[in-house]
Design a protein around this ligand. Structure first.
Ligand code: ZN
Length: 59
């Protein structure tokens, strides 16, 4: 459960990566909103996906 009230978030608002503070692109912001996850830049977002997909660590 998110306590933040982001329902009426302004699409023009500038978001930054929660990890490195990089300014996010519109698509990156949209992805974060859709996933209701933290705002991450493409680098850190892909890292999260990579970690999630890497369920089986190499032997
Ligand atoms: Zn980042």
């Amino acid at each position: 459960m998110e306590l933040e009230e982001q329902e009426g978030v302004d699409p023009v608002i500038e978001r930054r990566c929660a990890e490195c503070g990089a300014t996010l692109t519109e698509s990156e912001i949209r992805a974060a909103l859709e996933l209701r996850g933290p705002f991450l830049c493409a680098v850190h977002a892909s890292e999260e996906v990579a970690l999630d997909e890497d369920a089986e660590p190499p032997a």
